[in-house]
Design a protein around this ligand. Structure first.
Ligand code: AMP
Ligand code: FE
Ligand code: FE
Ligand code: ZN
Length: 277
């Protein structure tokens, strides 16, 4: 049996692996196919594709867009997007500018609490155009201002905590359109994490192609529920670990194993879509 992990991050967003390290870990866990889904970027796709080619592994270029629908944040995965699509790249540059400005605001709030973190420390550590809260957390640990990443999120960064800053986001319907115009398939990421089942019909009406049924943070019952919804709405089924690097000693990559038959279905839908769109 061949398996895929279709939800992975690298240092091009808030993961810690380089593309080469990610592919090395994918090989170790015996995967036949991976997709790269860094937050609001496609920048790591070229290097990951090259490393996969060398390793003889199937690769799907992707991204994970932060979006919202009726004030609920949700993440939309785009698979097989053209990573040179001008409209996609223009929009991504906008999302990244928002992310960078948000880092400055979060740091300012942390400073107001009497914690002397410098924004430049976060940017130097992040070394990417798509920085996020994990980079702020790592900078806090690195500066000796908190002991652990968990402490950073609990004290400052979790939604509702004093340094949490809301992010202006693209609407989920626009995210689907943006992915489609770049030749990609739009998939709702980890619906169980956002408790956003009620938005699914609206996304389906907007042309959603698939739903991430299998995810590290989905229980078996959740996976079954989303498989049922996929069936009801005619959606493709995807799954992935959402690995961000080593966590508690070992990486999550390969712990969610999507049977390769689902990858074949994605490829078939993508082929059909290129005629329709
Ligand atoms: P952002 O895109 O800046 O809002 O950051 C979201 C990212 O932060 C997620 O993709 C996770 O990688 C990470 N994250 C969110 N909540 C937590 C948490 N409680 N502890 C550790 N990491 C988290
Ligand atoms: Fe992340
Ligand atoms: Fe996500
Ligand atoms: Zn993710």
């Amino acid at each position: 049996m061949k398996f895929a992990d279709l939800h992975l991050h690298t240092c091009f967003s808030d993961g810690t692996f380089s593309p080469a390290e990610l592919v090395e870990q994918a090989q170790k866990s015996g995967l036949a196919c991976i997709a790269l889904t860094d937050h609001d970027t496609v920048e790591g796709c070229a290097a990951t594709a090259a490393a996969c080619a060398t390793a003889g592994m199937d690769f799907i270029p992707g991204t994970e867009l932060t979006a919202e629908h009726r004030h609920t944040e949700l993440h939309v995965l785009g698979y097989f997007v053209d990573t040179a699509n001008p409209t996609l790249l223009t929009e991504i540059a906008r999302f990244q500018a928002v992310r960078q400005e948000r880092i400055r605001e979060m740091v300012a709030r942390i400073n107001q609490l009497g914690v002397p973190l410098e924004a430049d420390r976060v940017f130097t550590l992040a070394q990417c155009k798509s920085p996020g809260r994990p980079h702020v957390a790592r900078a806090l640990v690195q500066a000796g201002l908190v002991r652990t990443l968990d402490e950073a999120f609990e004290r400052f960064l979790k939604k509702g905590r004093p340094a949490w800053v809301p992010k202006s986001k693209i609407s989920a319907l626009e995210a689907i359109e943006l992915i489609h115009q770049a030749g990609g398939l739009a998939v709702m990421a980890h619906p169980g994490l956002n408790r956003s089942d009620d938005v699914i019909p609206a996304l389906v009406d907007a042309g959603l192609d698939g739903i991430e049924c299998f995810h590290t943070k989905h229980s078996t019952a959740m996976a079954e529920r989303y498989l049922e919804l996929a069936d009801r709405y005619g959606l493709l089924v995807t799954g992935g670990s959402d690995c961000h690097g080593f966590s508690k000693g070992k990486p999550l990559i390969g712990t969610v194993r999507l049977p390769y038959a689902h990858v074949e279905k994605l490829k078939a839908r993508r082929g059909a879509a290129s005629f329709d769109r």
